[in-house]
Design a protein around this ligand. Structure first.
Ligand SMILES: C[S@@+](CC[C@H](N)C(=O)[O-])C[C@H]1O[C@@H](n2cnc3c(N)ncnc32)[C@H](O)[C@@H]1O
Length: 288
């Protein structure tokens, strides 16, 4: 209710400033309701996911599951969840992938870095209700819904003692606005085999989400031939200049820790929800 009122007020303000209707709606507020067409949309999503699962080379021992049934179940759960966002958050397309990847990987331990309202922990929990999920945020004040198989910690995941866990079948989800090469190196250090990254934006578009250079580099920067060691990348954030200096040696460390990486297929052309798809990363084992 409060969110809806805030959205209406924002729209009124933007209209009065001559900016027109910004089209800010919660995911699926305006949506198909005819059962046949809803079903066709969910079938198209499931087809994309099934095609990716059967062609991908990153998960060697994939666990088979009924993708159509999972997509239908997730859609119904999402509509009645408190996580339908209009902007930011994880949005339908991204957190659906979390449920499906959790099903396919069947991890025993999951690290969710960046709890916010709890949407990613919820989606991961739907995928593997019997896994142990540890969700971390430096500020847990926005948490809306707790999952029975999830513990929530107000700290950075790398400061938390995980010695009692067997991490050989674990998965990390990083959606915490922290330097992504740092996260890759941390996950590799703890011998975590798979990590999923949100907001892995290329140099051409990271600036829309980078109030601070502390959020850089993104994994996309690793293979970017336009970046030269020592050069300055500059951008504007709300009119204020920001800068980040390219460190190729650091980017190379990130590259060396990654065995394989794949961007998950974009579902935006089917759902109409435009967000960058997450990236799945397989990490090299820690030799040290
Ligand atoms: C985009 S939100 C996370 C969204 C959430 N995963 C979801 O599905 O809705 C990013 C969150 O990262 C948190 N954050 C910032 N620095 C962090 C850190 N070092 N460790 C964990 N979380 C952090 C912020 O407080 C914020 O709540």
């Amino acid at each position: 209710m409060i969110v809806r009122r805030a959205l209406r007020a924002t729209k009124r303000m933007l209209r009065s400033a001559g900016l027109g209707d910004p089209g800010v709606y919660l995911d699926f507020s305006n949506r198909l309701t005819s059962a046949k067409h809803v079903d066709a949309m969910l079938t198209r999503i499931a087809d994309v996911v099934e095609a990716w699962l059967s062609s991908q080379a990153i998960i060697p021992n994939l666990v088979a599951f009924d993708v159509r049934q999972e997509v239908r179940g997730f859609f119904a759960s999402y509509l009645s969840s408190p996580f339908r966002a209009a902007v930011g958050g994880s949005r339908f397309n991204k957190i659906l992938w979390l449920t499906l990847l959790a099903k396919a990987l069947r991890p025993t331990v999951i690290i969710d870095s960046g709890t916010y309202a709890g949407a990613s922990a919820w989606a991961l929990s739907l995928g593997v209700p019997d896994a142990r999920i540890l969700s971390f945020d430096i500020d847990l004040s926005q948490l809306r819904l707790r999952q029975p198989n999830c513990e929530y910690f107000q700290c950075d995941w790398f400061t938390h003692d995980l010695a009692k866990f067997d991490l050989s079948r674990s998965l990390c989800y990083f959606d915490d606005h922290v330097d992504q090469v740092r996260r890759v190196l941390e996950a590799r250090e703890r011998n975590i085999p798979f990590a999923v990254f949100d907001d892995d934006l290329p140099v051409s578009c990271f600036a829309v989400m980078a109030p601070s250079p502390a959020r850089l580099p993104k994994l996309e920067f690793i293979g970017d031939p336009s970046l030269e060691h020592g050069e300055v990348v500059e951008w504007l954030w709300n009119g204020s200049p920001r800068r980040w200096i390219v460190d190729k040696n650091y980017l190379e460390k990130g590259r060396a820790a990654i065995k394989a990486a794949e961007r998950l297929p974009d579902l935006g052309a089917i759902t109409g929800i435009r967000v960058m798809s997450p990236k799945l990363v397989a990490l090299c084992p820690n030799a040290g």
